[in-house]
Design a protein around this ligand. Structure first.
Ligand code: GLN
Length: 198
Protein backbone atom coordinates (compact mmCIF):
# COMPACT_ATOMS: atom_id res chain seq x y z
CA UNK A 1 0.00 0.00 0.00
CA UNK A 2 1.30 3.43 -0.96
CA UNK A 3 0.34 6.38 1.21
CA UNK A 4 0.26 9.87 -0.26
CA UNK A 5 0.14 12.66 2.28
CA UNK A 6 -1.24 16.04 1.32
CA UNK A 7 0.49 18.52 3.58
CA UNK A 8 -2.24 20.30 5.48
CA UNK A 9 -0.62 23.47 6.79
CA UNK A 10 -2.17 26.20 4.64
CA UNK A 11 -3.51 26.65 1.11
CA UNK A 12 -5.41 24.57 -1.44
CA UNK A 13 -5.20 21.35 0.55
CA UNK A 14 -8.67 19.84 0.16
CA UNK A 15 -8.58 20.23 -3.64
CA UNK A 16 -5.33 18.25 -3.80
CA UNK A 17 -6.71 15.65 -1.43
CA UNK A 18 -9.84 15.07 -3.56
CA UNK A 19 -7.77 15.05 -6.74
CA UNK A 20 -5.34 12.50 -5.29
CA UNK A 21 -8.24 10.26 -4.27
CA UNK A 22 -9.69 10.48 -7.79
CA UNK A 23 -6.28 9.71 -9.34
CA UNK A 24 -5.90 6.69 -7.02
CA UNK A 25 -9.19 5.31 -8.32
CA UNK A 26 -7.72 5.44 -11.83
CA UNK A 27 -4.34 3.81 -11.26
CA UNK A 28 -4.38 0.10 -10.66
CA UNK A 29 -2.30 -0.18 -7.52
CA UNK A 30 -3.03 -0.09 -3.86
CA UNK A 31 -2.77 3.49 -2.58
CA UNK A 32 -4.45 5.82 -0.14
CA UNK A 33 -4.49 9.59 0.36
CA UNK A 34 -4.50 11.37 3.68
CA UNK A 35 -3.85 14.87 4.94
CA UNK A 36 -0.86 15.31 7.22
CA UNK A 37 0.13 18.09 9.60
CA UNK A 38 3.06 16.87 11.69
CA UNK A 39 6.45 15.24 11.13
CA UNK A 40 5.31 11.89 12.57
CA UNK A 41 2.45 11.62 10.02
CA UNK A 42 4.77 12.70 7.20
CA UNK A 43 7.20 9.93 8.17
CA UNK A 44 4.48 7.35 7.41
CA UNK A 45 4.01 8.61 3.84
CA UNK A 46 5.55 7.38 0.59
CA UNK A 47 4.88 10.68 -1.13
CA UNK A 48 4.00 14.22 -0.05
CA UNK A 49 2.05 16.85 -1.97
CA UNK A 50 2.71 20.49 -1.15
CA UNK A 51 -0.17 22.64 -2.34
CA UNK A 52 -0.41 26.20 -3.50
CA UNK A 53 -0.99 28.82 -0.85
CA UNK A 54 1.41 31.13 0.89
CA UNK A 55 4.90 29.71 0.68
CA UNK A 56 6.20 31.93 3.50
CA UNK A 57 3.63 30.46 5.92
CA UNK A 58 3.93 26.85 4.73
CA UNK A 59 7.76 27.04 4.73
CA UNK A 60 7.90 28.38 8.28
CA UNK A 61 5.66 25.58 9.57
CA UNK A 62 7.58 22.90 7.61
CA UNK A 63 10.74 24.09 9.35
CA UNK A 64 9.26 24.55 12.84
CA UNK A 65 7.56 21.16 12.86
CA UNK A 66 10.64 19.22 11.76
CA UNK A 67 8.87 18.16 8.54
CA UNK A 68 11.76 19.35 6.39
CA UNK A 69 14.14 17.02 8.24
CA UNK A 70 11.88 13.96 7.83
CA UNK A 71 11.32 14.62 4.12
CA UNK A 72 15.07 14.77 3.55
CA UNK A 73 16.00 11.83 5.80
CA UNK A 74 13.38 9.55 4.23
CA UNK A 75 13.96 10.90 0.72
CA UNK A 76 10.19 11.26 0.21
CA UNK A 77 9.11 12.11 -3.37
CA UNK A 78 7.41 15.51 -3.39
CA UNK A 79 4.85 16.98 -5.77
CA UNK A 80 4.80 20.75 -5.29
CA UNK A 81 2.38 23.09 -7.03
CA UNK A 82 2.71 26.87 -7.06
CA UNK A 83 3.79 27.70 -3.48
CA UNK A 84 4.94 24.04 -3.44
CA UNK A 85 7.26 24.82 -6.36
CA UNK A 86 8.68 27.80 -4.47
CA UNK A 87 9.33 25.54 -1.47
CA UNK A 88 11.07 22.82 -3.50
CA UNK A 89 13.53 25.27 -5.05
CA UNK A 90 17.12 25.86 -4.09
CA UNK A 91 17.01 29.61 -4.36
CA UNK A 92 14.28 32.25 -4.53
CA UNK A 93 14.17 36.00 -4.82
CA UNK A 94 13.69 36.66 -1.09
CA UNK A 95 14.68 35.27 2.32
CA UNK A 96 12.27 32.63 3.61
CA UNK A 97 12.55 28.97 4.66
CA UNK A 98 12.58 26.64 1.64
CA UNK A 99 13.42 22.95 1.23
CA UNK A 100 16.15 23.36 -1.43
CA UNK A 101 15.41 19.91 -2.84
CA UNK A 102 15.52 20.86 -6.52
CA UNK A 103 18.33 22.64 -8.34
CA UNK A 104 16.13 25.41 -9.65
CA UNK A 105 16.01 29.12 -8.96
CA UNK A 106 12.47 30.46 -8.75
CA UNK A 107 10.91 33.88 -8.92
CA UNK A 108 7.81 34.27 -6.75
CA UNK A 109 4.73 35.99 -8.20
CA UNK A 110 6.46 36.02 -11.59
CA UNK A 111 3.29 37.10 -13.41
CA UNK A 112 2.20 39.77 -10.94
CA UNK A 113 -0.48 39.88 -8.27
CA UNK A 114 -3.77 38.02 -7.78
CA UNK A 115 -5.54 40.14 -10.40
CA UNK A 116 -3.02 39.01 -13.01
CA UNK A 117 -4.10 35.39 -12.56
CA UNK A 118 -4.87 33.63 -15.84
CA UNK A 119 -5.68 30.34 -17.56
CA UNK A 120 -3.86 29.00 -20.62
CA UNK A 121 -3.55 25.71 -22.45
CA UNK A 122 -0.17 24.19 -21.72
CA UNK A 123 1.69 21.22 -23.13
CA UNK A 124 3.14 18.74 -20.71
CA UNK A 125 4.07 15.04 -21.03
CA UNK A 126 3.12 15.27 -24.69
CA UNK A 127 -0.47 16.23 -23.93
CA UNK A 128 -2.49 19.40 -23.57
CA UNK A 129 -3.68 20.52 -20.14
CA UNK A 130 -5.50 23.49 -18.73
CA UNK A 131 -2.98 25.59 -16.82
CA UNK A 132 -4.38 27.73 -14.01
CA UNK A 133 -1.88 30.34 -12.84
CA UNK A 134 -2.60 32.20 -9.60
CA UNK A 135 0.22 34.46 -8.40
CA UNK A 136 2.33 31.83 -10.07
CA UNK A 137 6.08 31.46 -9.71
CA UNK A 138 8.40 30.71 -12.64
CA UNK A 139 11.70 28.88 -12.89
CA UNK A 140 14.30 31.50 -13.71
CA UNK A 141 17.34 29.31 -13.75
CA UNK A 142 18.39 25.70 -13.66
CA UNK A 143 21.44 25.40 -11.40
CA UNK A 144 24.55 23.99 -13.01
CA UNK A 145 26.09 22.94 -9.70
CA UNK A 146 23.68 20.11 -9.29
CA UNK A 147 23.68 19.25 -5.55
CA UNK A 148 20.92 16.71 -5.82
CA UNK A 149 22.76 14.48 -8.25
CA UNK A 150 19.91 14.09 -10.70
CA UNK A 151 19.28 15.78 -14.01
CA UNK A 152 16.55 18.39 -14.16
CA UNK A 153 13.93 17.48 -16.73
CA UNK A 154 11.96 20.40 -18.08
CA UNK A 155 8.38 19.14 -18.28
CA UNK A 156 6.78 22.29 -19.63
CA UNK A 157 7.40 25.82 -20.79
CA UNK A 158 4.94 28.61 -21.45
CA UNK A 159 6.16 31.37 -23.78
CA UNK A 160 9.74 30.19 -23.18
CA UNK A 161 9.38 30.34 -19.40
CA UNK A 162 9.88 27.07 -17.51
CA UNK A 163 6.69 26.21 -15.60
CA UNK A 164 7.16 22.53 -14.70
CA UNK A 165 10.21 20.42 -13.85
CA UNK A 166 11.16 17.03 -12.52
CA UNK A 167 14.36 16.14 -10.74
CA UNK A 168 14.61 12.53 -9.62
CA UNK A 169 11.39 11.79 -7.78
CA UNK A 170 10.43 15.40 -7.13
CA UNK A 171 8.17 17.38 -9.42
CA UNK A 172 7.31 21.06 -9.31
CA UNK A 173 4.60 22.89 -11.26
CA UNK A 174 3.95 26.63 -11.28
CA UNK A 175 0.21 26.17 -11.93
CA UNK A 176 -2.69 24.40 -10.20
CA UNK A 177 -3.66 20.98 -11.64
CA UNK A 178 -5.76 20.38 -8.51
CA UNK A 179 -8.17 23.14 -9.57
CA UNK A 180 -9.15 21.29 -12.74
CA UNK A 181 -11.10 18.06 -13.26
CA UNK A 182 -8.08 16.45 -14.91
CA UNK A 183 -6.34 13.82 -12.76
CA UNK A 184 -3.55 12.92 -15.23
CA UNK A 185 -0.78 14.89 -13.53
CA UNK A 186 -1.66 13.36 -10.16
CA UNK A 187 -1.61 9.93 -11.82
CA UNK A 188 1.83 10.74 -13.22
CA UNK A 189 3.02 11.57 -9.70
CA UNK A 190 1.49 8.40 -8.24
CA UNK A 191 3.41 6.35 -10.80
CA UNK A 192 6.60 8.20 -9.91
CA UNK A 193 6.09 7.33 -6.22
CA UNK A 194 5.42 3.70 -7.12
CA UNK A 195 8.59 3.57 -9.27
CA UNK A 196 10.62 5.06 -6.44
CA UNK A 197 9.64 2.07 -4.28
CA UNK A 198 10.78 -0.52 -6.82
N1 GLN B 1 2.97 33.47 -4.77
C1 GLN B 1 2.63 32.56 -3.75
C2 GLN B 1 3.83 32.26 -2.87
O1 GLN B 1 4.96 32.39 -3.26
C3 GLN B 1 2.12 31.27 -4.33
C4 GLN B 1 0.75 31.44 -4.92
C5 GLN B 1 -0.01 30.16 -5.04
O2 GLN B 1 0.37 29.14 -4.48
N2 GLN B 1 -1.14 30.22 -5.69
O3 GLN B 1 3.62 31.85 -1.77
Amino acid sequence: MITIGVLNLQGAVSEHFVMTQKAIEKVDFDAEAKTVRYAADVADCDGIIISGGESTVIGKLIEERGISKIIKENNIPIFGTCAGMVLLSKKIDQEQPILRLMDIEVKRNAYGSQKNSFERKIEILGDIFQGIFIRAPAVEKIHEDNDNNEEIEILSKLDDIIIAVRQGNNIAMAFHPELTEDTRLHEYYLNLVLDSKN
